[in-house]
Write a protein that binds this ligand. Structure first.
Ligand code: SR1
Ligand code: MG
Length: 390
């Protein structure tokens, strides 16, 4: 696949829809207007709405990293892997995935449900929102997608073919570099307050920590348990309001086979940021909800995984193995949470939870996050519990 394709604009999106028979059935191109709303690191995102109020989203990958520009080229073929991830989630867990309308490989365009009535979860968290049941929803989502794409839900042949089809080397390389390697090396991407320098040097030169991150990177690269979302942070979700909100996982271009605990750990890392922000801002109710989030998400994951277990395809997979597997997923998740926590403070692609705090609160929150990360990586708790962030 070449990167020789037409980038969509607000003006051309309706014409594009008009040339796609599958999309014309959903929305009237003659009256469609479009607005580019992409605020992520990588892509163009258009919300397209017709005169009757029917709408959909077109997402197109740029041939480079959006926040950097053409100086950081990146294959637009990542949309192929996003299509795989979106289809899998829509099939396995429709309640937590956008409706997927189709993929145009030649133009790197994905068409999906318009979720603009929802808010990016990170933004909602930054504003102090509390959704008491969100951990249950997201834990069950991971269990359903992991079960469906692992050897539990796929025949041996389909499982191996799926690993081959979703080998996503360029995006995985970004994760290998940005999440694991760069924060522990002297890399130009690393940037943090000078007040944190001594602390960061102590942390990143702790041989126990570097050995554990090296191990986790190897696990990420070699243990193909299930199709993971691969970028499972709070900016990759859209959320509604209330105790049991509408919650949809988006932005699946990092999808690939990997350890099931990777997604759980990424999200715990990002809840660590939201928790540190809530503490720094004195938001006690939000902080206690977020402190309980990882354990509640883990419980929901384990319950859903256990509920699905009797449906496993291979009868030779013994019941006893379920608990062995769950224990390994749990311990992986704790480690990956530590890696993500270090990475967003020290390395590239910072998070607004911490960056948007006033300077003194910023320092306090960044130190808290790094202290938690250090413990998760060098003296990990036996289980995911309510004390992870204390
Ligand atoms: C170059 S991409 C930087 C980061 O943005 C994405 O959301 C991923 O988290 C990636 O690591
Ligand atoms: Mg993203």
């Amino acid at each position: 696949m070449t990167d020789n394709y037409e980038l969509l604009t607000e003006a051309s999106a309706a014409t594009y829809i008009g040339n796609q028979p599958g999309l014309c059935r959903l929305i009237d191109p003659a009256t469609t207007t479009s607005s580019e709303i992409g605020d992520g690191n990588l892509n163009l995102v258009f919300v397209c709405t017709d005169a009757q109020g029917r709408s959909l989203v077109l997402k197109q990958s740029l041939p480079y990293v959006r926040i950097v520009g053409p100086d950081w080229p990146l294959t637009a073929d990542r949309s192929t892997y996003e299509a795989i991830g979106l289809r899998v989630a829509a099939d396995a867990s429709p309640q937590t995935a956008p409706i997927f309308y189709g993929y145009d490989r030649s133009q790197h365009v994905l068409a999906m449900e318009d979720l603009s009535h929802l808010t990016v979860w990170r933004t909602a968290l930054n504003d102090g929102q509390i959704n008491s049941g969100a951990a249950d929803i997201v834990g069950a989502h991971v269990a359903r997608t992991a079960f469906a794409t692992s050897v539990l839900g796929r025949s041996n042949e389909d499982f191996r073919l799926a690993i081959a089809d979703s080998t996503n080397p360029h995006m995985c390389r970004i994760t290998e570099d940005l999440v694991f390697t760069e924060p522990l090396t002297d890399h130009e991407h690393n940037e943090f307050s000078s007040e944190l320098r001594d602390f960061v040097v102590t942390l990143t030169s702790d041989r126990r920590l570097t050995a554990e991150v090296t191990r986790l990177k190897t696990e990420y690269m070699t243990r193909c348990e299930a199709l993971v979302h691969g970028d499972f942070h709070t900016g990759s979700f859209m959320i509604g309001e209330g105790p049991s909100p509408e919650l949809k996982a988006i932005d699946a271009e990092f999808s690939a086979y990997g350890p099931i605990g990777f997604d759980l750990g990424m999200l715990i890392g990002n809840i660590n940021f939201a928790h540190a922000r809530a503490v720094a801002l004195g938001r006690e109710e939000q902080a206690s909800w977020l402190a309980e989030f990882p354990a509640r998400m883990w419980l929901a994951f384990a319950q859903e995984f256990t509920k699905l277990w009797p449906e496993r395809i291979d009868p030779l997979v013994d019941d006893g193995y379920r608990d062995v597997w769950l224990a390994r997923i749990q311990s992986d998740a704790i480690g990956f949470a530590g890696c993500e926590s270090v990475r967003r403070i020290v390395g590239f692609a910072k998070v607004s939870d911490i960056e948007d705090l006033p300077p003194s609160e910023h320092l306090l929150a960044a130190r808290t996050v790094l202290n938690v990360a250090h413990r998760l990586l060098t003296d990990p708790p036996a289980q995911i519990d309510d004390t992870m962030f204390s």
